[in-house]
Ligand binder design. Structure first.
Ligand code: GDP
Length: 626
């Protein structure tokens, strides 16, 4: 057993004399002035790599292109790749593991950051006390999520508070029969899952709002999948019961079809008929939420330094950085020194959801805090620490972890599953499945169910008809799932999420190929996915003929052009040829490559169809790097 600390001696914390504190370690890499060796982490963003090497981003990207990788400034490369580029620039590298520990690291002893019990694992069960549940409201658009949040809030303001101004700070707390419940004020599964993707699971109960006159709709199904993937218990709020066309029985049956079996139907999901308009059933809903919370035995230790999560944060013109935080365990006090992500400062003031200045915030209590020098990110962990040295060290560690985790925590791809299955590591392949029509969706699900599953099991965590949406991507990112589409497209916002999260999205037009890939991933036999990377572009300036051959006199406008590489001819935005670069000449000589700014003669393999002002795009197709 670790030594236990009693309640923190409030107000008598030993004050340290201000002392010079060594600069916190840079987040990413340390270029050492004494030698030309640069220490690099396991993975690094291209932009950070350029900074670490003291080179221009263009040079680094060019170096990457030279080794056949087409990546952008925000993408991440591994140590080996970064080293190759560094070596090309005449810089030696070594992996971060061998780096000399930074002096400040010793400040991270458990005592320094507030006692050993700061770790969740070291919680003393005897000190745990009941805490209010934290609730998120999910459901289809226009089914009444916002109205319900407003109704719950207004039904539960005491007369004393009623005159006060309610503040929308991202979350609020109500009291019902002497018990508190916290509601997150940003409804919808997008926000819910975005937080989860950052490792911040703050929700204890999901209230699924379904309009009784409209029934289960696409976002209802999404919300169900998101709540289930997060393993959060669901309470159904059957809203708009005041409407004459409310049809509860139909909704109950629809819910059962989508895996939510309510208590009436022999399941374990409670359903409460409500009307956000007439306030009918609101008290019952809160009552049921509390019952579900009781079953889940929600506890925290209020007598310890606070740990919580940043719910939202912004820069206020007058007040500076403002962060709404949810205390998860411990008690936060005005004057506490806190670290939130990579920033730290003293809590100068705390304001609750009623606009009241408060001095203490207990577990599950949402508060706005002032005093941080920078705006932290939603989802950041916030914790109270003993002194400035510990704060500095923890913030620096968070910065290092953030830099290193960019790629390390990226979700599974089919290729990685394959690798993990081979090593016997993978246990479950999670899939978000989208298809064009219900018929093919059902057919695929049935066929997937028939794939033999031995060591690795297959879990379709969400399936629906339609294009691949942003919500599908965030769900996959938060759950480590692969998105599989059959005869569907990816919406533009989804593509952006796919790019930034590196979620593996696989689109198929032939069911057999889809099933084959999944089966291979499950058995560790997947062929690596082939991806195209652009090497560069050349503009055709002039045409020459030699016998029957047309030579395109061109200038390389970016990247490079390589003999034997794939090439397509773009004319007015359309590709009129897709083949290979047959011959590549500079002056009279055959050459292998020609780089940006230089002129050359290009002969396409088996084609003379080239015109002045055409763009020749040169590319390679190679296995996707793991
Ligand atoms: P959200 O998109 O899920 O947040 O839905 P809103 O709360 O914005 O509500 C959508 C519409 O439904 C609004 O016009 C509300 O006034 C209406 N509405 C919400 N709850 C009820 C209800 O219980 N009864 C009726 N009749 N209308 C409601």
């Amino acid at each position: 057993m670790p030594p236990q600390r009693g309640p923190r001696p409030r107000g008598r914390r030993p004050q340290r004399a201000p002392q010079p504190i060594p600069e916190a370690a840079p987040a990413v890499a340390v270029a050492e002035p004494t030698t030309s060796v640069v220490t690099l982490p396991k993975t690094i963003q291209v932009g950070d790599l350029a900074r670490a090497l003291d080179a221009s981003v263009v040079d680094v990207i060019r170096g990457l292109v030279n080794i056949g990788l087409m990546v952008s400034i925000n993408e991440t490369v591994d140590f080996e790749t970064a080293s190759l580029v560094a070596n090309e620039l005449g810089i030696e590298t070594r992996p971060e593991e061998e780096a000399v520990p930074v002096a400040d690291e010793e400040a991270l002893t458990p005592e320094a950051i507030g006692g050993k019990e700061i770790l969740w694992e070291d919680v003393d069960p005897a000190k745990l006390k009941e805490r209010p549940p934290v609730v998120t409201v999910l459901g289809h658009v226009d089914h009444g999520k916002t109205s319900l949040l407003d109704a719950i809030r207004s039904t539960n303001v005491t007369s004393r508070e009623a005159g006060g101004i309610t503040q929308h700070i991202g979350a609020y707390q109500i009291e019902h029969n002497g018990r508190k419940v916290t509601f997150l004020d940003t409804p919808g599964h997008e926000a819910f899952t975005a937080m989860r993707a950052r490792g911040a699971q703050v929700t204890d109960v999901a209230v699924l709002v379904v309009a009784a006159d409209d029934g289960v709709q696409p976002q209802t199904i999404e919300a169900i999948s998101h709540a289930k993937a997060a393993k959060v218990p669901i309470v159904v709020a059957l809203n708009k019961m005041d409407r004459p066309d409310a049809n509860p029985d139909q909704v109950k049956a629809q819910l059962a079809e989508h895996g939510v079996t309510i208590e009436d139907y022999g399941g374990d999901t409670p359903l409460v008929p409500v009307s956000a308009k007439t306030k009918e059933g609101i008290a019952d809903l809160v009552e049921v939420v509390l019952l579900v919370a009781d079953v889940n035995d929600l506890k925290a230790d209020p007598d310890r330094p606070a740990i919580g999560r940043v719910i939202e944060a912004h820069l206020d013109k007058g007040r500076g950085p403002v962060a709404t935080i949810l205390v998860q365990t411990g008690t936060l006090e005005r004057g506490d020194l806190v670290v939130a992500g990579t920033t730290f400062g003293k809590v100068r003031a705390m304001v609750d959801d009623k606009g009241k200045n408060i001095g203490r915030a207990e577990p599950s209590r949402p508060v706005e805090i002032l005093g941080l020098p920078e705006v932290p990110e939603a989802g950041d962990v916030i914790r109270a620490v003993a002194d400035e040295k510990a704060a500095r060290a923890l913030a620096a560690q968070n910065a290092r972890e953030r830099a290193a985790s960019t790629a390390a925590e990226k979700p599974a791809t089919l290729d990685e599953m394959f690798a993990q299955v081979k090593e016997g590591k993978a246990k479950e392949l999670k899939i978000v499945l989208k298809a064009d029509v219900q018929g093919s969706l059902e057919a695929i699900k049935t066929a997937l169910g028939k794939i033999p599953q031995n060591e690795v099991t297959l879990a379709v965590i969400h399936d629906a008809v339609g294009d691949i949406t942003e919500s599908d991507l965030t769900l996959a990112a938060a759950s480590g799932a692969v998105v599989v589409g059959f005869n569907t497209k990816m919406e533009a916002p989804a593509r952006r999420v796919a790019d930034s999260t590196k979620v593996d999205v696989r689109l198929y037009k032939v069911i057999y190929e889809l099933l084959d890939d999944v089966q291979k991933a499950l058995t560790g036999m997947l062929e690596p996915e082939m991806v195209e990377s652009t090497l560069g572009h050349a503009e055709v300036l002039q045409l020459f003929t030699a016998g029957k051959t047309t030579i395109a006199g061109s200038r390389v406008v970016d990247g490079l052009v390589r003999r034997g590489a794939q090439a397509r001819v773009l004319r007015g935005g359309t590709a009129v040829y897709d083949g290979k670069i047959g011959t590549l000449r500079r002056m009279k000589d055959d050459v292998r490559e020609v780089t940006t700014g230089l002129e050359c003669g290009i002969v396409l393999e088996n084609s003379n169809d080239v015109q002045v002002a055409d763009i020749i795009e040169c590319y390679v197709v190679q296995p996707k790097p793991r």
